[in-house]
Design a binder for this molecule. Sequence first.
Ligand SMILES: C[C@H](N)C(=O)N[C@H](CCC(=O)O)C(=O)O
Ligand code: MG
Length: 363
Amino acid sequence: MKITAIRLGAISVPLRVPFKTALRTVKSVEDIILEVHTDTGAVGYGEAPPTGAVTGHTTGAIIGALKEHIIPNLLGRDVDDFEDVMQLIQSCVVGNSSAKAAADMALWDLYGQLYRVPVYKLLGGARNRIVTDITISVNAPEEMARDAVHAIERGYDCLKIKVGANPTLDVERLRAVRQAVGDEICLRIDANQAWQPKQAVRILNQMQEQGLKLEFVEQPVKAYDLEGLKYVTDHSYVPVLADESVFSPRDAMKVLEQRAADLINIKLMKCGGIYNALKIASAAEIYGVECMIGCMLEAKISVNAAVELACAKQIFTRIDLDGPVLCSEDPILGGALFEEKQITVSDEAGMGIRGVEGLRYLD
Ligand SMILES: C[C@H](N)C(=O)N[C@H](CCC(=O)O)C(=O)O
Ligand SMILES: [Mg+2]
């Protein structure tokens, strides 16, 4: 199966409500789509979201990395030389993990089609269904409480609550949400780097002392501050999950060796795709650290790739794949079935993506 052509396109999908974190506010998903065509007629699909505030990858950067580095290296290659092609994607340009992830998932899609097996089976096939949480944006406490109740009405029983940079208000936000949803709902929080280490410990311990029952806190401090992350891990009652501190397998090794976090959030856009995500997952297994599989604000092609990975491996004990359910429409044909919190992976060969409605080609 030889790669004959690669096309780039763009999609724009409005969100149901604006998505707000300590790092950014977004009203729509504006992603780059990759179609990898082959001489057998099989097409592999990839997707990358521009998340400048999180990864540094803008739309232009993703297109540039693909057009100038990744695509020229892939054209003419045989999908069956899979290991070579995987290495090529990772080595043909420095950084640019989102563009690499888009190419990586399209190639896994094709490799699965070549051997007529769904990718999640190829990778381990631990299960065919997973349950996601849903994210509540950071807003005024009463608005977050309303959003949380709405999420419960949609059937979710695990909420990922975004917090901000104001400690008093953050405690109020969590109090309002806990009061509105009752004791049985799982609450996890994501500070997206907003706090200082000592401040984080104070806020988290205050939240636990008030009986707010948090499952874990995601990325309480700056991405680069591993010492600070470890300080929070060592001193807070609440378990700590590393997100922005872990992009590459090398980052993961540092966090694992230093025991700087209790859990790791693996996202395809941070690590450059399934090839590297598998390395992080294996390292985490060796250290006995469970993982969350997460996403950026992404539509269904790239989240679908994360579903394939999550269904393959037992190490993913937490699922944050709510990108598609935060969108007001789904232009992606095929792939996993998203029924609110229940996600069922496709049993088609590869990743089961059949096309994209309203794709704007960029060539
Ligand atoms: C969408 C997902 N639940 C989520 O919250 N991801 C964020 C980053 C999303 C973004 O800014 O695009 C996270 O875990 O930090
Ligand atoms: Mg996060």
